[in-house]
Design a protein around this ligand. Structure first.
Ligand SMILES: Nc1ncnc2c1ncn2[C@@H]1O[C@H](COP(=O)(O)OP(=O)(O)OP(=O)(O)O)[C@@H](O)[C@H]1O
Length: 246
């Protein structure tokens, strides 16, 4: 399925127009089109290797599409400066010899849009120790620090690749709570990939399903519940079955 239309999106922040992406001749994304309006939370779901991270990197302007266009606020994403997007990759991105405080200071100097006060509030709510070395943080606390660094950026688009991956249920819950409390809806749009579909479901306005490089579902989560009477996992299964039949 190349294109999925959703009821008129007033002001899109992200537009994918017939986007294709290949790596060494192997197609990772097959001509996909969609728009994301401002001020919502979108969850991109799908099986391993289906193309979710590739979509995020294209959105963040970190990769160029082979064909088609990726627009961010009306301009080609790969030409925009990093000032528009906070991208949280799946891998760690820290200097491990830095303390939490030094990491914060580093971000504060690197990004003019970094809100140190907001970062400090999140550091306190996560009970992270400012003097602790990043190398000595637990996996959960490293994940929390990553979230702080992304959410403290005052940018229109925040992109998170698998922020919950490999974390225990309590850490996942605390991160989801902080996302709900901290994202400035109306001003900010959040796009997140995840395999923890049921846990993230309450957070999402829309869900996007990617399968083998194709967009095989893009729907408002409330409509999935109200019109189809199912949850996201049921919706994913239904769409994948439908795709197999076509
Ligand atoms: N830099 C790259 N070089 C070569 N192949 C790549 C590269 N990046 C992605 N791919 C391939 O593109 C396809 C989509 O990868 P992508 O990482 O986007 O999937 P994903 O849905 O995010 O997977 P996962 O859920 O496992 O993180 C895969 O077949 C992957 O091997």
């Amino acid at each position: 399925m190349a294109e999925i239309a959703i009821a008129a999106d007033a002001e899109p922040i992200v537009v994918f127009n017939r986007v294709e992406k290949s790596f060494s001749g192997k197609i990772a994304l097959k001509e996909i089109s969609f728009t994301i309006p401002k001020g919502i939370i979108v969850g991109i779901v799908g099986t391993n290797g289906s193309g979710k991270s590739t979509i995020l990197k294209l959105m963040a302007g970190l990769q160029r599409p082979g064909k088609g266009k990726v627009l961010l606020n009306g301009r080609q994403a790969e030409r925009l400066s990093s000032r528009q997007v906070a991208f949280l990759p799946e891998q760690d991105m820290f200097y491990s010899s830095f303390t939490v405080e030094k990491t914060l200071n580093f971000y504060n100097e690197m990004f003019t849009d970094f809100d140190r006060k907001k970062a400090m509030e999140m550091i306190q709510s996560f009970e992270l120790q400012m003097g602790q070395k990043v190398a000595h943080l637990s996996k959960g606390n490293r994940a929390r620090l990553k979230i702080v660094l992304a959410l403290a950026r005052q940018v229109p688009l925040i992109i998170m690749d698998e922020p919950l991956s490999g974390l225990d249920p309590l850490v996942r819950e605390s991160i989801i709570r902080s996302l709900i409390a901290t994202v400035d809806m109306g001003e900010q749009t959040l796009v997140i990939t995840t395999h923890e579909v049921e846990e993230v479901e309450p957070l999402l306005d829309r869900a996007m399903l990617i399968k083998d490089g194709e967009l095989c579902g893009y729907e408002e989560v409330e409509r999935i519940h109200s019109e189809q009477g199912i949850g996201l996992v049921g919706w994913m299964k239904k769409n994948i079955e439908k795709m197999k039949r076509n």
